[in-house]
Design a protein around this ligand. Structure first.
Ligand SMILES: [Zn+2]
Length: 244
C-alpha cells in the first residue's frame, strides 16, 4: 500500500491508540514476569535445601568415621591391657621384649589416633555450626518465598483487572477508527502490537528513525493517514506538535 492516503484520521485518536497499545504491552510483560519470579524463588529454596542436604550427608559420614576411629581406639586399648597381663606370664626375655614392643607400637598408634579423633570432633563441631546456619538460611528462603508468592499473586490480580480495563478501553477507542483504515490497522496491530503506531520524532519516524519526506510531513499536518515508508507504522504527530 502507498504510504500516503486521502483518509483523514485525528492525531489524537492515533495518540490514544498508541498509548493504549503501549499500556497493554507493559501490562502483559509485567504479567508474564509473575510466574518467572515465583519460579526463581522456588529455585532459591531448592538450592538452600540441596545445600543443607549435602552438608547433612557430609556430617553423617564424618560422624560415622569418627565412631569407627573411637571403636578402633577402644579395641587397641583393650589389647594393650591384654598384653600387659601376658607380660607377667612371659616365658622368656625375648617374649617379654616382644610384648613390650607390641604395647609400645599400639600406644604410639593410639596416640596418633587420639589426635585424629580430636581433630575429627572439632571438625564435627564446625560442620554442626555450618549446618545450623544453613537451616536458618533455608527457613529464611522459605518464608521469603511464601511472602513472594502472596505478593506476586496479589500483583497479578491487580494487573489482570487493569489489563481488562485497558482492553475494554481499546475496544471502545477502536470504534472511532475510520472503517477504510480498520483492516490495515487490525492486521498491523495483530502482527506488530504497539509498534504498529509511531509518533513523529523531529522529522523522523519515532519507531524506526527513518527520516521522512516533506510530503509525508505535510500530509500529517493535514491530518491524513500516513504510514512510515520504512516500518509501515501509522504515523502521528505527538501532543506538543498538535495541528488545529
Ligand atoms: Zn518507521
Amino acid at each position: 500500500m502507498s504510504t500516503g492516503s486521502n483518509i483523514e484520521i485525528s492525531a489524537s485518536l492515533l495518540r490514544t491508540l498508541h498509548r493504549i497499545h503501549r499500556q497493554l504491552t507493559d501490562l502483559r510483560g509485567q504479567l508474564s514476569r509473575g510466574p518467572r519470579q515465583i519460579k526463581a524463588g522456588e529455585a532459591m529454596v531448592a538450592k538452600a535445601q540441596a545445600d543443607l542436604d549435602e552438608l547433612q550427608e557430609k556430617l553423617k559420614k564424618t560422624k560415622l568415621a569418627s565412631d569407627e576411629k573411637q571403636l578402633q581406639l577402644k579395641s587397641r586399648e583393650a589389647r594393650i591391657v591384654e598384653i600387659n597381663v601376658k607380660l607377667n606370664t612371659a616365658a622368656s626375655n625375648r617374649e617379654f621384649t616382644t610384648f613390650k614392643e607390641q604395647i609400645a607400637a599400639d600406644e604410639q598408634a593410639n596416640s596418633v589416633l587420639s589426635d585424629e579423633i580430636l581433630e575429627g570432633l572439632e571438625y564435627i563441631d564446625e560442620l554442626q555450626a555450618e549446618l545450623d546456619s544453613l537451616k536458618s538460611e533455608l527457613d529464611k528462603q522459605k518464608s521469603e518465598h511464601e511472602q513472594r508468592v502472596v505478593d506476586v499473586h496479589a500483583k497479578m490480580e491487580r494487573l489482570r483487572s487493569e489489563l481488562e480495563r485497558v482492553e475494554a478501553e481499546l475496544v471502545e477507542t477502536e470504534k472511532q477508527i475510520p472503517s477504510a483504515v480498520r483492516p490495515d490497522y487490525e492486521r498491523l496491530t495483530a502482527s506488530k502490537g504497539e509498534e504498529a503506531l509511531a509518533p513523529i520524532d523531529g522529522d523522523s519516524c519515532g519507531g524506526c528513525y527513518q527520516t521522512l519526506t516533506t510530503q509525508v510531513m505535510s500530509q500529517l499536518q493535514l491530518s491524513r493517514l500516513v504510514r512510515c515508508p520504512n516500518c509501515n507504522a501509522f504515523l502521528y504527530l505527538p501532543e506538543n506538535r498538535r495541528v488545529t
